[in-house]
Design a binder for this molecule. Structure first.
Ligand SMILES: [Zn+2]
Length: 198
């Protein structure tokens, strides 16, 4: 393989470290940037630095924010009686795409004994603190339908129930628009467990 000039080789190597980017994509990105105006490269470099320098975690819900309180926590029109608990900040996106307009709490992970992640490594204490005011009526456990997500939901349910709010878990089952034929056993049995009256 032909040798690239050092700065170009370095950019390709950096791009390759990004998720989902292999050698070919890294080269394509690097050559694209090489051909782009200097201002474009400057904007990209600045955007990369800004996410490191200008973002903090919201003091209330641990969402990624550019100020002490994130846009959700600042919004006076949100229903402050409901908190949707999620594992990672990007999990807010699919929930926001629905008409849910309550508040969030980001745990920044899930309980995983195999990877050495216990409840103390997650942002659980700040969630307990949010219940003190008595304003919160429902905690919606929206962790992933994985072993870790389930373990986290069970742990939180036991911890938070005695504090008063209603604890709910998102339903799991057959995806909308799919066929029962393609459902695995676990998904099918979950769907049956979570069936509702019609
Ligand atoms: Zn917040």
């Amino acid at each position: 393989m032909a040798e690239f000039a050092e700065p170009l080789a370095r950019l390709i190597a950096e791009c390759k470290r990004l998720p989902g980017i292999g050698q070919k994509s890294a080269q394509r990105i690097a050559f694209y940037l090489l051909r782009s105006p200097r201002e474009d490269a400057q904007r990209l470099a600045q955007a990369l630095l800004d996410i490191k320098d200008k973002l903090v975690l919201c003091e209330t819900c641990n969402n990624i924010s550019d100020s002490e309180q994130c846009s959700c926590c600042r919004d006076p029109h949100r229903d402050r009686t409901k908190i949707c608990v999620i594992e990672e900040p990007h999990n807010i996106v699919p929930v926001e795409a629905t008409n849910f307009r309550g508040l969030y709490h980001v745990l920044h992970g899930a309980i995983s004994p195999l990877r050495g992640v216990g409840p103390e490594q997650l942002r659980i204490k700040s969630l307990v603190d949010r219940l003190v005011s008595g304003e919160v009526e429902e905690i919606i456990l929206c962790t992933n339908p994985t072993v870790e997500g389930e373990a986290t939901a069970v742990y939180l349910s036991r911890l938070l129930k005695p504090l008063g709010p209603r604890i709910t878990r998102i339903a799991m089952g057959i995806p909308v628009g799919s066929d029962l034929e393609f459902a695995d056993e676990v998904t099918m049995s979950r769907s049956l467990e979570n069936r509702r009256e019609m």
